[in-house]
Design a protein around this ligand. Structure first.
Ligand SMILES: NC(=O)c1ccc[n+]([C@@H]2O[C@H](COP(=O)([O-])OP(=O)(O)OC[C@H]3O[C@@H](n4cnc5c(N)ncnc54)[C@H](OP(=O)(O)O)[C@@H]3O)[C@@H](O)[C@H]2O)c1
Length: 401
């Protein structure tokens, strides 16, 4: 993006996006909900959790040529994460569309019909890339959020739950603040196109909140697989870091705290919080309250049979640049990212604690839910790496036989 413009100045919310007279409460019985991102990792878990905990139908926005193809994509995605059950199919209404387009590419009438049919909007879809520029991502990430807010306010007004990213807070100059209720501050947003789009999108959601639209913001950080089964998105940052480092035989020796949060905790917490009246207008940090560091992560991989030589961060980057097999190592596409300052911050190399991001309000809101986050320990690492063994990304060791 043009850095003479501020990120805040990028956020324009159509004046027509306003709450109406009838507003659905967060804890109301849902006839149906609208979900974006159901063909992604978090969206698959979110869809399953919403279907399991409500009787509602799911209108899912999917890029496809036909509704049949859209339904196939949702089914295949849930199957790939072992979340599918044939009984779910009757409750899923595929909506063919694209986040990049006004009204998701639906006709005015179709958009209004879906808006009338649903009692909540869960906006999880987004284009993820740490290396693509703002301009490439903004139509889906900023424009898509704008249209999700339009849906929340078309016909009756319904709550919108926005999946945001903790990365938008990470380029802080001083390790202060970082609580859920702190104001957004564009100086804390890294100069990485993806995070910039997530920042501007969250700014739009906040503008809608100021107008009285019932919104809830769920910020998530570094995601890992299911703490019960190890099922993972192999394209995710942590998965690429761990598998890529083990494959190359070198790991970063970084001691600052960071979060690593299992997908099952994130989506259970998100759905629970989204159904509490008291969550209206709130921001939540869905972070693992038990921090870990990269050095500790590779101590754990070693205990389950996968060792890698630990090197200071700079040396590790140099080694990876030279030694990682560009054809097979999943970390290779991300190597340019490690050369920018923000990557050092994100990896915890700067020494400032990731723990500067607070979770107090979120923990308080979850206190009576019974939902807890699994620690990243030896048990977790064994289950997690077994997924990559089963999928041929790592060779089985004695520990897995
Ligand atoms: N993964 C993380 O570590 C992480 C961390 C913080 C925040 N988040 C946020 O969590 C949310 C979900 O992430 P994820 O990890 O589940 O991502 P993912 O697996 O890459 O899924 C992204 C989803 O968004 C959809 N999407 C992308 N562009 C679209 C478009 N133009 N029109 C319609 N749908 C489109 C994708 O559909 P297709 O299948 O058609 O591409 C897919 O369903 C995102 O909002 C992301 O910003 C993720």
């Amino acid at each position: 993006m043009d850095y003479t413009n501020s990120l805040d100045a990028e956020a324009h919310l159509d004046p027509a996006i306003q709450p109406g007279e009838t507003v659905v409460a967060l804890d109301a019985d849902l006839r149906a909900f609208f979900l974006t991102g159901a063909t992604g990792f978090i969206g698959a878990y979110l869809l399953r959790e919403l279907l399991d905990t409500t009787n509602a139908r799911a209108y899912t926005l999917v890029r496809a040529d036909t509704p049949e193809q859209a339904l196939d994509r949702v089914r295949e995605n849930l199957q790939s994460y072992r979340l599918w059950d044939d009984s779910l199919e009757a409750r899923i209404v595929p909506v063919v569309g694209d986040l990049k387009n006004a009204r998701f590419g639906l006709t005015e009438r179709a958009f209004a019909e879906v808006s009338e049919a649903v009692d909540a909007v869960y906006h999880c879809g987004s284009k993820l890339s740490y290396i693509a520029p703002y301009e490439f991502l903004s139509a889906a990430n900023v424009g898509g959020t704008h249209e999700a807010l339009r849906m929340a306010t078309t016909g009756h007004t319904k709550p919108l739950h926005y999946v945001s990213s903790l990365g938008i807070l990470l380029d802080y100059k001083e390790p202060v603040g970082g609580a859920e209720e702190d104001d957004l501050d564009e100086d804390k947003c890294p100069a990485v196109g993806y995070f910039q789009t997530k920042y501007v999108a969250e700014r739009l959601v906040r503008m809608a909140r100021e107008r009285g639209v019932p919104v809830t913001i769920h910020r998530i950080g570094l995601i890992v697989g299911d703490s019960r089964t190890g099922i993972s998105n192999e394209d995710d940052f942590v998965a690429r870091m761990i598998v890529g480092s083990i494959q190359a035989g070198f790991a970063p020796d970084v001691r600052a705290n960071m979060d690593m949060t299992p997908v099952d905790f994130i989506t259970k917490a998100m759905v629970y919080l989204s159904r509490q009246k008291s969550s209206t207008g709130k921001v939540f940090h869905l972070l693992n309250p038990n921090p870990i560091n990269w050095s500790g992560v590779f101590d754990l991989t070693e205990t389950v049979g996968y060792s890698a030589e630990k090197l200071p961060f700079g040396e590790w980057v140099e080694k990876m640049d030279v030694c990682a097999d560009t054809k097979t190592n999943p970390l290779c596409p991300l190597l340019p990212f490690f050369h920018i300052n923000f990557a050092r911050r994100m990896m915890g190399v700067s020494g400032d604690d990731y723990g500067a991001l607070r979770t107090d309000s979120t923990q308080a809101a979850l206190a009576s839910s019974g939902i807890t986050c699994a620690p990243i320990d030896e048990r977790f690492m064994g289950v997690y790496l077994s997924h990559f063994v089963q999928h041929g990304k790592l060779t089985a060791t004695m520990e897995f036989n």
